[in-house]
Design a protein around this ligand. Structure first.
Ligand code: 5AD
Ligand code: SF4
Length: 472
């Protein structure tokens, strides 16, 4: 998931704004980063700052960066550059870099870009109020160097203590269960930017969910780099954690991401099948490459055959399962024949959604040093062929939903798009499909309800339908 901020030059319209305690966060990257930004807003709100919707109203701008694939440092600098006029108009404006680029680059960011006032990492989010208060306290000092702060170490607390701080949890929200990763896939920067894997205590996770339910949350997505290797301090596995959540909390729906094929076992599949009243039958299981030699070079810990065996086990136990995956094109040493194995895997498994990327060399990773890098032109041509191959299949898979009735948890009301006495709503089905529907204006309070929607039109990314039957 990429969330790219607006690419417009900014200028204060009014000299008075930007002088208060408004905070604007620009978020890039995965769900983990989205969740981290929400946490930053919550912490700062508790410290008397106010979240604002635009950099124009901010006295603090934070770029929560991502370094998983692109040219992340350049992106950060170019976004900071866009704020030059704001900084000129308001020298008190503070600009900070958080997230994976902050973790990776640390003081280098400040050295290269004098407009940056502070840098913090993925493990020091909780220090954000202190960083800002320190900066404000030091404001009067004329020593420019003293006014810069870098906090980007890794915390060594065991286990992983972090409460879910959600400002406006809405209908569906993330709950962190693990952080970091120990897998060291040879292409991946995460073990370096997020550190070693740690699991949150089970009691904390349950407490969070109880609290969220009381605040009206209907669906949680359990979040971690590899949720399947969750292990609480008393040895609770991921499967047992989900079982307890399903049995002991009032949450209506449970989702989870991301899974790792090597840790996905029959017991977990049995738990999902047994608790399908709550656990959604949608599984995101990245395979990365369909070729066993490449998988070995990636250090993924499974072969093509083992992955397919897992998929067969899942399909046998959960016949209505919907699958999605992540794929990398042009990993070092990938030949046309290896790539064909990836194409055939997509067809064989029948993924409804794929997230596919060109391989990108990341700092510190083993694969970045492999000598047989694939030229960019080949990577991008393979990626296009992969999308084309999937697209033909995805339209047919979507079409099969037409005339089916799906349980849709309503998340949003689209007042601006509602016409002639009708109100437009959208929500997600258990299969993670985004579904739009319209109802007469009398039904104005559907948010948080689960409704039956008969699908009238289904495209790969979005469905439309009509409400049928009663409202839950
Ligand atoms: N190059 C391209 N894609 C990558 N991913 C992770 N690291 C890289 C990289 N260096 C992809 C993987 C992962 C997803 C989150 O991002 O497919 O599952
Ligand atoms: Fe990266 Fe592999 Fe860990 Fe996923 S499992 S975060 S791809 S190292």
């Amino acid at each position: 998931m990429e969330i790219i901020s607006e690419n417009k030059p900014f200028a204060y319209k009014n000299q008075d704004i930007g002088q208060g305690r408004g905070v604007y966060i620009s978020t890039y990257g995965c769900q983990m980063n989205v969740n981290d930004s929400d946490r930053m807003y919550s912490l700062l709100e508790m410290a008397n700052f106010t979240p604002v919707d635009s950099p124009l109203e901010a006295s603090v701008i934070i770029i929560n960066s991502c370094s998983i694939r692109e040219k992340p440092v350049h992106k950060v600098y170019s976004e900071v550059g866009k704020y030059r006029k704001l900084k000129d108009a308001n020298p008190k404006l503070k600009i900070g870099i958080g997230g994976c680029v902050g973790q990776q680059e640390k003081e280098k960011l400040i050295k290269n870009q004098p407009m940056i006032d502070f840098v913090f990492g993925t493990d020091t989010i909780d220090t954000l109020p202190d960083i800002l208060n320190d900066l404000i306290l030091k404001e009067e000092s004329k020593d420019d160097k003293k006014n810069r702060i870098v906090k980007a170490g890794f915390a060594h607390r065991e286990p992983y203590h972090v409460e879910t701080l959600v400002r406006n949890p809405g209908v569906s929200t993330f709950v962190n269960i693990t952080k970091g990763c120990d897998n060291f896939c040879t292409f991946c920067v995460v073990p370096f930017t997020r550190g070693r894997e740690k699991s949150r205590p089970k009691t904390h996770v349950l407490q969070d969910i109880h609290t969220l339910v009381k605040r009206g949350v209907k669906e949680v997505t359990l979040l971690g780099q590899n949720v399947n290797s969750y292990e609480s301090e008393c040895g609770t596995s991921f499967a047992d954690l989900m079982k307890t959540i399903a049995k002991e909390t009032g949450i209506e729906r449970i989702r989870f991401t991301t899974s790792h094929p090597k840790d996905f076992d029959q017991y977990l599949v049995d738990v999902i099948a047994e608790h399908q009243d709550k656990i959604c039958e949608y599984i995101h299981l990245p395979f990365q490459s369909g070729n066993s030699r490449i998988l070995e070079r990636m250090n993924r810990g499974y072969t093509r055959e083992q992955y397919i065996e897992k998929i067969n086990m899942i399909k046998k136990t959960i016949p209505n399962v919907v699958l999605s995956t992540d794929i990398i094109c042009g990993f070092p040493g990938e030949t046309e024949a290896d790539f064909q194995d990836t194409l055939s895997m997509v067809r064989e498994v029948g993924y409804e959604t794929i997230f596919a990327f060109m391989y990108s060399q990341r700092p510190n990773t083993k694969a970045a040093k492999f000598e047989d890098q694939v030229p960019d032109a080949i990577k991008s041509e393979r990626l296009q062929r992969l999308f084309d191959a999937h697209n033909t299949m995805a339209f047919d898979l979507a079409k099969a939903y037409e005339n089916r009735i799906l349980d849709v948890l309503v998340e949003k009301k689209h007042d601006d798009e509602s016409v002639a006495g009708n109100i437009k709503f959208s929500g997600r089905s258990r299969q993670n499909k985004l579904v739009y529907f319209e109802v007469p204006a009398a039904h104005s309070d559907l948010i948080g309800r689960t409704v039956n929607i008969k699908i009238t039109k289904a495209y790969p990314a979005v469905f439309r339908g009509d409400m049928v039957g009663s409202i839950n």
